[in-house]
Design a protein around this ligand. Structure first.
Ligand code: KG4
Length: 336
């Protein structure tokens, strides 16, 4: 018998709803909030207000696009955290209200677990290859840089994490210093395409085990530019492509060094990439190149499943539904 779930994601600045039938996604609607661009970062109060406005139309469109009826939905999954509290409250309250009104079970989903399980989303008419257990997942986003050992859909262990900034934050903060728009990661990626990645050298941190650190890179990038601008006020404009390429190479090298170390020490060669930064071309190339060099099997999700989306919440909800892991209505969202 098939199971149909409605999933809601509202942890940051994207309001998203998806419908999944077993592991196959029928619709995935995302309303991104443009309002934050003017401020150079997400403004929490504005994000929750926009979620309030978006949630009903987004859910309505997801149901229509999936071609199902309200009465076909067997359960509702929602992102419980981590994220912005006001944003999470909108999705959580909506999911609770929907579950109560329809008298169906509620499933709480951890946002990061959902990013990892995005690799298991299937689409109608296509059988997409999924990672074999156990696999390592490099989860890199605006808020996280982690290496996760995934033993089964619902059993995972963080074996490495950032001790300060995330990789996406390093991209965004360094981009801001170069006066690029927010979020800067995609702009650094774009300018890096025409730059020399060996033009400038930035120090890599020495951190234990599989952990990461990116705050030192941000500071050294800032000081480097400050010194060069003193000599030449147009330094950034004249060297933008090379700066972006060198910065990107440093971040990718830092990420890859620990991932290779983790693969060597665990003996795991199934390697997956998740989170917003996985859109980065250099990182994708670096991971893929290990297929030949080290015999890895690598997995990179479709772009629309790497950024925040409800399809990944839906697939996680489906795994939990199969295990009968349901939430109670007194469950509150968590920010961290
Ligand atoms: O997972 P995600 O969509 O959400 C949050 O964590 O909020 O990740 C967003 C992050 C941002 O830091 C953004 O700059 C980064 O992913 N990003 C990229 C690229 N596309 C998005 N960083 C580098 N290269 C890209 N092409």
């Amino acid at each position: 018998m098939s199971t149909i779930l409605l999933a809601i994601e509202s942890s940051c600045d994207d309001t998203s709803a998806a419908i999944i039938k077993n592991d196959t996604i029928l619709s995935n609607v995302i309303a991104s909030q443009k309002v934050h661009e003017t401020y150079g970062g997400v403004v929490p109060e504005l994000a929750s207000r926009a979620h309030q406005q978006n949630i009903i139309p987004v859910v309505d469109t997801a149901i229509k696009n999936a071609g199902i009826k309200l009465s076909d939905i067997n359960a509702v999954a929602f992102t419980r955290g981590p994220g912005l509290m006001g944003s999470l409250l909108v999705g959580t309250s909506f999911a609770k209200g929907f579950a109560l009104a329809r008298q169906i079970p509620l499933i709480e989903v951890h946002h990061l677990q959902a990013h990892v399980l995005a690799h298991f989303i299937q689409e109608p008419g296509q059988q997409h290859t999924t990672p074999k257990f156990p696999f390592l997942c490099l989860l890199v986003s605006g808020g996280n840089s982690q290496i996760i050992k995934v033993t089964s859909p619902l059993v995972m262990e963080i074996i490495g994490t950032t001790i300060d900034d995330a990789a996406g934050e390093a991209f965004d903060k360094c981009a801001k210093v170069m006066d690029l728009p927010y979020p800067g990661g995609p702009y650094v990626n774009k300018y890096a395409m025409d730059g020399n990645a060996n033009a400038f050298q930035f120090n890599k941190p020495r951190i234990k085990d599989f952990d990461y650190s990116f705050s030192g890179l941000k500071t050294s990038f800032l000081y480097f530019l400050r010194d060069r601008i003193k000599e030449n006020p147009d330094f950034i404009q004249q060297n933008r492509n090379d700066l972006c390429a060198s910065l990107q190479k440093t971040i990718v090298d830092i990420l890859m060094d620990k991932l290779i170390k983790a693969s060597k020490q665990t003996g795991i060669k199934e390697v997956a990439l998740s989170g917003g930064v996985s859109a980065n071309t250099a990182l994708r190339e670096a991971i893929t190149s290990q297929t030949k060099q080290r015999g890895w099997h690598t997995y990179i999700p479709k772009f629309s499943y790497t950024t925040d989306n409800a399809a990944m919440v839906a697939i996680t909800g489906y795994f939990k539904y199969l295990k009968g892991e349901f939430a109670t209505h007194d469950m509150a969202p968590f920010a961290r």
